[in-house]
Unconditional design. Structure first.
Length: 26
């Protein structure tokens, strides 16, 4: 089972990566 803290951290990292990708695409 994944602890809630790790799940939140993972989701935040994914959002950061997706945000950077969309930012570069314009």
């Amino acid at each position: 089972e994944i602890p809630s803290k790790e799940a939140v951290e993972l989701m935040q990292r994914m959002r950061d990566v997706i945000g950077i990708i969309f930012d570069k695409r314009g």
